[in-house]
Design a protein around this ligand. Sequence first.
Ligand code: BGP
Length: 496
Amino acid sequence: MYHQNLEEFPENFLWGSASAAYQIEGAFDEDGKGPSVWDTFSKIPGKTFENTNGDIAIDHYHRYKEDVRLMAEMGLKAYRFSVAWSRIIPDGEGEINEKGLSFYENLVDELLLYGIEPVLTLYHWDMPQALQDKYNGWESREVIGSFKKYCKALFERLGNKVKYWVTFNEQNVFTAMGYRWETHPPNVSDVKRMFEANHVVNLANAEVINLFHEMVPEGLIGPSFGYGPMYPATSNPADILAAENGNDFNNSWWLDIYCKGRYPVFTLKQLKKNGIAPTILPDDEELLVSAKPDFLGINFYHGGTVQENKLEKPIENQHKDRAFSATDPYLMQPKEEQSQSPEIPMFHSVSNPYLEKTNWGWEIDPVGFRVALREVYARYDLPIFVTENGLGAIDELTESGTIEDDYRIDYLNAHILEMKKAITDGVEMIGYCSWSFTDLLSWLNGYKKRYGFVYVDRTEQDVKDLQRIPKKSYYWYKNIIETNGENITNKIEVQK
Ligand code: BGP
């Protein structure tokens, strides 16, 4: 659809920004916090860039007031953050740690003081290590009860202060990276175990949504999914079919469960044929169907392009032209030695010649963002909250003490423009959170891959003074918020 004039953003549109506990807080063992799987995993030599970890991160735990003040000065309307489960319950299921709860309550109070809407993520990948050790983490249904206990403590304490809640962040990413690619905890490489663990997370998601609706009837809850549209490489109908398979396997596999309570038929059948489908017990379906999210959180970075692949195993030279980044969670490719690669007969990923890439090889695809928003809204009919979108780049602190991140402004402007078009098309949207507010730890890429509006002065090995310095994009976004996005056009004007 081409629109001569774009509609305005809704009046109460939540212009926000996001973060996650492990990536910002630091204070990894303070005030009674128990270790999480990320505290353990990041210490395994060679797993993260230059062996970086979040022990100190950007020390948000001690500097949250300063960070919130910067948000307030920018005029931010919403701030998405996650709670570290092992701060609230150090061993995951036992005693509740009051100091952990009060940290988040203080943070929420501080946000509310400035009229910033808190958006709370319950699980952004940091399972308490004790539960990993005791039950094998998400591979056991025992963990569902522990997760409910933790969530209940937060609903009780913050249910009257926080309206927007996110259950799981990018379930597709943490299950694949953690159980298939050995690049996240618990460092496993087994497709069957991945699908089993993923199913348990689905059950936990449903249980907690139902619990929330009982306990916090005025609030809104939904998962945040890492969505990427699937493009066919050509107009060959066989490639169109491959793209449908890719969409089924990479997107509907999760979104259908969240919204319809059942797995997509074709992928499920394919997994069963390969002997890697999850174990579904008789009562599971009833639970999954009963839990309805109030909105869908969408994290958008990029999608993928696929072609037909009828081979049992990809041929050798196909591997060579794959633009494949070892740390791109959205485009991991089957390893040759991994016998169970269910997607091989379904589709085959190729590089998209129309799209530029970031320094880390991630495609830049603003139109794909509009495609994503429309697809998700058309299929699932739920309001969308964009809970992440942003550019990871190497920023330079100039001698005069500024950061001229025009490339980030270009990136965000282009994406927000496409979002405005999607709204004009008819997509119902709650808000948009950029990733991220401050610079923070990239899980696998250290401190060098920066996303923030606010520069944080540290390197991988040198913590320095962690000084916060607003970048050029900070002032640009401030203006976008002030004008409710009316200046979002093809032309960019930055006010500083
Ligand atoms: C998403 C995660 C975020 C964040 C972002 C950028 O998948 O939800 O936590 O890390 O990706 O990723 P990266 O740091 O790998 O560039």
